[in-house]
Design a protein around this ligand. Structure first.
Ligand SMILES: Cc1cc2nc3c(=O)[nH]c(=O)nc-3n(C[C@H](O)[C@H](O)[C@H](O)COP(=O)(O)OP(=O)(O)OC[C@H]3O[C@@H](n4cnc5c(N)ncnc54)[C@H](O)[C@@H]3O)c2cc1C
Length: 323
């Protein structure tokens, strides 16, 4: 499997990046290319032009920042993030493999394409199998009825943790910068369209609210092997404590839908009192009932659903060690 011939551009600034588009609609921004290049080898969504953002200065950031161009290894090793936002460093540390983390960027992780058993396959596999709605065919193989809705799973590990911290995303387009709440960014659509991003826009960084450091956040991930594998389910829990009581809570998941999800009603049920075993079990049960995994990853939907309860329980218990 070879990477097809592509026109590669390596702009050093945002201005150069947009100039290099030259009105071309068939292009991809590229961070580390750890997802995109695999897809190209498999004949998935190959554009005419690839614009690497690795040397684009506006995407680089120093210690403590969540600049889109920082590698996951940098996020994992950053002493400021480890101290103030340990769940972020932890989530970065359980992504893929050490080699991939040294190349993969935060921006690429947050904008990771959705995944499906019927889609992330070689061209030959897809041809033999009949392909799917997200690729060459016009019907979804996971949900053939009605078949016109793609249910590929969003499987990034950083987004649920950033949602739990209440993050915003800063985007830049030719007409300027704007800030979008991470909770409004993703659209529930496996064909990977965003609620709030145009094709030309570039993700510059994630930003956390000032008070984010006061929250206790924990992330739990389900995967086949303890390295290398995408999440089959992931739960982030966040709690803001005051005098041993929960002032505010957030629960977020990944890999259970085409978007990373927040669960405001379940979170609200945890607020206002102590976080006892009874509260934790009730929230874990509610999350178990809420998630709807599809038959589009390696593990069975039934097991992934069951594990949502376990991941939620573990993440909330991890938050109690701080109050
Ligand atoms: C074997 C293997 C295992 C993996 N395991 C995991 C895992 O466990 N968890 C996980 O979350 N991921 C996993 N990944 C996926 C991937 O490696 C990571 O998500 C990585 O962080 C993607 O970053 P990247 O910079 O390489 O993205 P790229 O491949 O460069 O880009 C991904 C997407 O983001 C867009 N993009 C990138 N940067 C920007 C930007 N600044 N602005 C606008 N668009 C942008 C690209 O156009 C593309 O659509 C795995 C990949 C492999 C190959």
């Amino acid at each position: 499997m070879q990477i097809p011939d592509l026109d590669l551009q390596q702009p050093r600034s945002l201005k150069e990046a947009w100039t290099s588009l030259e009105g071309d609609a068939s292009f991809d921004w590229m961070g580390g290319g750890t997802d995109l290049l695999c897809n190209y080898k498999w004949g998935i969504n190959v554009p005419q032009k690839v614009i690497s953002l690795r040397q684009t200065v506006e995407l680089q950031g120093g210690a403590g920042t969540l600049a889109a161009g920082r590698t996951l290894y940098e996020i994992q090793q950053d002493p400021i993030l480890q101290k103030d936002f340990p769940a972020l460093s932890y989530a970065a540390s359980v992504i893929a493999s050490p080699l991939i983390r040294r190349t993969a960027t935060l921006g690429g992780n947050l904008l990771l394409d959705t995944r499906c058993w019927h889609f992330n396959q070689t061209l030959e596999w897809r041809r033999a199998h009949g392909s799917c709605l997200k690729a060459e065919a016009d019907v979804c193989r996971v949900l053939p009825y009605p078949g016109n809705l793609c249910v590929a799973a969003y499987s990034g590990d950083m987004a649920p943790v950033l949602l739990a911290y209440g993050a915003n995303f800063v985007l830049a387009g030719p007409s300027g910068e704007r800030t979008v709440p991470a909770s409004n960014f993703y659209a529930e659509d496996g064909i990977r369209r965003y609620e709030d991003k145009t094709q030309e826009e570039i993700l510059l960084r994630a930003e956390l609210p000032k008070e984010a450091g006061n929250w206790t956040v924990a992330y739990q991930k389900l995967r086949l092997r303890k390295t290398f594998d995408f999440p089959e389910g992931g739960v982030a829990a966040a709690v803001l404590w005051k005098d041993g009581k929960v002032v505010q809570a957030r629960l977020a998941t990944t890999a259970y839908a085409s978007v990373p999800c927040l669960y405001p009603e379940i979170s609200a049920s945890l607020e206002g009192g102590e976080l006892t075993e009874v509260h934790i079990e009730a929230a874990a049960e509610a999350l178990f009932l809420a998630v709807r995994p599809m038959k589009n990853t390696s593990m069975s939907p039934a097991y992934r659903k069951k594990m949502a309860r376990v991941l939620c329980r573990r993440a909330l218990k991890a938050c109690t060690s701080d109050y």
